[in-house]
Design a binder for this molecule. Structure first.
Ligand code: DON
Length: 422
């Protein structure tokens, strides 16, 4: 069969490639030398498939795309409270290099603007050397990408020589005791972090690691925990596209992060990571053709996260069967992924029908996943039914519900036939 997805991605590049508006970032002199026509795209799924089109294996520097990943590492190392004490999570609505700090606390408004990213970088290997912080961030970014990444020394030197604004920000942060180390060292380390070289394919894998709850799809490494992923995606959603975050969220609807070298990545939680590379930027510092490509994919592939999915029936049927010894059994067959709403539907039918039922069977054969809340609602319902003198059996061949509730004489069997056999 013709490969469907790469063909689709190539079509998106064709559709958006005609737009030559925007300009190369030139405040980092070296970035003004890149080939402006480069255009690449990659999509990586949470189970490790990667599809590429165009210039997807050309290396460029991650720049601000490193920020959510460095933030993730700081959260992983220090925990949410310590990080929040230094960096807030409010969208600033200001450009990425704005010289503003929160009144009163002196905290940067969020970790995606430069002020917040400098404060984040300073938190890594807290109190340690520039080298220790840089090693931590490069090892971390490499773990997300699933391969060893390195710094583009030319871009690093080029940015450092003109990093007057970031120096000003770091000095302001130091004067307000946001960190204790030498401000210029923080600028050096942060600039190296931004100069890490990646390809569009790497960015798609890094995004897919977030989409996969922190587990790198190819290496299987749990790079960060699920709770950290949630925090990072929330901040990407509200702040990742700077002063165009609201426009981006309403038109594209995908947590995302851009960089001034022209990279852009987006995360579809539970599904995939998408990345583009095209160096010309709009006035917000986001890649012009990258934004267009994301808009097109979001529309055509139905990727907007706020798109309300058609309601699915997770409790598919309640049926009565008579076992060999003449007992009436009510079977609640659950399907798909069970979350709060599915569990609520089940609990509602149990409350409505319970008086008539002496033996309740939860058939989880067709369940693929159940979140913690749904699992605990199911087990709690089972406990109540047992305390009321009813029998409860789980048909749970894959042990999805981690099924045996405390203290109940419950049965867990592998098939419905096992229940009906008595
Ligand atoms: O600190 C800077 O200005 C750059 N190293 C990164 C800025 C950036 O990528 C903004 N994103 N669009």
């Amino acid at each position: 069969m013709q490969p469907l997805i790469p063909d689709y991605l190539s079509g998106v590049l064709r559709d958006c490639g005609g737009d030559r508006s925007g300009a190369l970032a030139d405040y980092i002199p070296e970035l003004a030398h890149v080939e402006p026509e480069r255009f690449g795209m990659a999509l990586a799924t949470v189970d490790g498939a990667v599809y590429c089109a165009g210039d997807s294996d050309i290396e460029f520097t991650a720049q601000s795309i490193s920020k959510p990943f460095a933030y993730a590492l700081a959260l992983e190392d220090l925990g949410l409270d310590e990080v929040l004490a230094k960096i807030d999570v409010e969208p600033s609505g200001d450009p990425f290099n704005d010289l503003s700090l929160e009144a009163g606390t002196g905290r940067p408004l969020n970790p995606m603007i430069n002020a917040g990213a400098l404060a984040t970088h300073a938190l890594l290997e807290r109190g340690g050397s520039v080298g220790a912080r840089v090693d931590r961030v490069i090892a971390g970014l490499s773990a997300f990408a699933g391969r060893q990444l390195s710094v583009d020394e030319t871009v690093y030197e080029s940015e450092l020589q003109t990093a007057y604004r970031n120096r000003a920000l770091a000095n302001m942060l130091r004067s307000l005791d946001n960190f204790e180390v030498e401000p210029l060292d923080v600028v050096r380390g942060y600039t190296r972090q931004c100069a890490v070289q990646v390809t569009t394919r790497d960015l798609a894998m890094m995004a897919a690691t977030l989409a996969n709850g922190g587990v790198q799809p190819a290496t299987g490494e749990q790079v960060i925990s699920r709770s950290v992923v949630r925090q990072v995606l929330s901040v990407m959603t509200t702040c990742g596209m700077y002063d165009s975050a609201g426009d981006w969220l309403s038109t594209v609807g995908i947590p995302a992060k851009s960089g001034v070298s022209g990279g852009l990545l987006g995360v579809l939680p539970g599904q995939s990571g998408i990345a583009t590379f095209s160096p010309r930027l709009d006035k917000h510092g986001n890649s012009v053709r990258g934004v267009l490509a994301f808009q097109q994919c979001s529309d055509e592939l139905g990727l907007h996260l706020m798109e309300v999915a058609p309601a699915t029936r997770t409790v598919v049927r309640d049926q009565r069967e008579i076992t060999a010894d003449g007992e009436v059994v009510e079977v609640f067959e659950l399907h798909g992924t069970i979350q709060f709403a599915g569990a609520e539907r089940l609990v509602r039918s149990l409350v409505e029908d319970a008086p008539k039922i002496s033996h309740v069977v939860f058939d989880l054969t067709e369940v693929y996943a159940m979140n913690t809340v749904a699992g605990s609602m199911l087990r709690r319902s089972a406990r109540i039914l047992v305390s009321e003198g009813r029998r409860v059996t789980f048909v749970d061949p894959a042990n999805i519900a981690a099924a045996t509730p405390d203290g109940g004489p419950l049965r867990v069997v592998d098939t419905l036939e096992d229940v009906l056999a008595g």
